[in-house]
Write a protein that binds this ligand. Sequence first.
Ligand SMILES: Cc1ncc(COP(=O)(O)O)c(C=O)c1O
Length: 392
Amino acid sequence: MPVSRRKILQQIGVGAAVGAALPALRGFALNSTGEGTRESFVRADQPARLATAADPVLLYRNENPYGPSEKVLGVLRESVAGGNRYPRTEYDTLIGKLAVLHNVKPEQIVLGCGSGEILGMAALSFLKPGKKLVQAAPTFPSLGKFAQAAGVEVVSIPLNKRYEHDLWAMLDAARAATGLVYIVNPNNPTGTITPRTDIEAFIGKLPSDVTVLIDEAYHHFVAPNTAYESFLDRHFADPRVIVSRTFSKIYGLAGMRIGYAVATPEIAKRLPAGFPNWSVSVVSARAASAALDDVDYVRLGIKRNTDDRQEFMNQVNARMLRAIDSQANFVMVNPMRPPDEVIEHLKKNHILIGPKYPVLDKYIRVSLGTPAEMPAFWRAWDLMPATDKMAM
Ligand SMILES: Cc1ncc(COP(=O)(O)O)c(C=O)c1O
């Protein structure tokens, strides 16, 4: 006899009751009619974990929930002992590896304390009152915040219906008095891509004094056979293009704060002006070098993310929810109920998800956790009272 969804949820319960129910939960899923199925709710090799006040499940900052590789962890531990010295050879080593990886000259690379610092450098170099920033809405907000703090006008153009950058509207906005255009590809918070060919055509039409920053923080998570192509994997011969990348995502080093930009030697020289040229720690630089060497771990990270994203979508579909097709390590979901309530409900259950986005105000953003973490998310989700989905 089928067990009703509500009954199952009551049986599962929260808090202490969840602990007792965990063994039974392994391999358990709810299908779209609310009946229990024995599918891939938790992978057999991953014991599910609890979300507690002291140890919440963090699905809010698009971090790599698996952390860095064992090899990188080893280098991190070793490098701490050298923390009494300022950087000496570490930057050159890392820049040399990045230059080989991207087939550019070392003088084309700028390191930053996270790619967030690169965004700050770009703001300081290319924006000033009278030279505005053009970006998408919604997109990663840091560059816009730097610009606003400097009294610079920010023009935010809504994504198009496919959640791509609306490049033609951005072009109109950038025709006059523009210092910088910011393109995040894949975009945060939507996880969507803007086709390479469209970006190329867009750049070709921009006024010659406008610089373009392409933020490829989530590059590694894009599924093959999409219209996406990195501007580092295949260079685009236009000196106005800067590409930023980070070690915070696929390499699992968000807390180590390290990222970089690739640009022409002239721009690379100009970018760090006004910033300390030693903001990357010795430990971070050495860890980043080791992470670049550990190509198997990068492959594993891509595979894990692909599987985790698919499993997330299976759970979304089982609940008849809607989600934006993501090419990143997070997904925007229409929860069919007010996002504020969902964020609050999950928080009470010690699950932290992304903030609300005014431009996509019916959606929430969920970063993908490990197979051991996600059951806690879905358990908390299923505790929410049913809604009238037709009304949303
Ligand atoms: C699109 C994008 N760019 C840049 C960053 C900044 O990353 P970090 O400073 O950790 O390199 C983030 C962080 O989430 C991001 O989503």
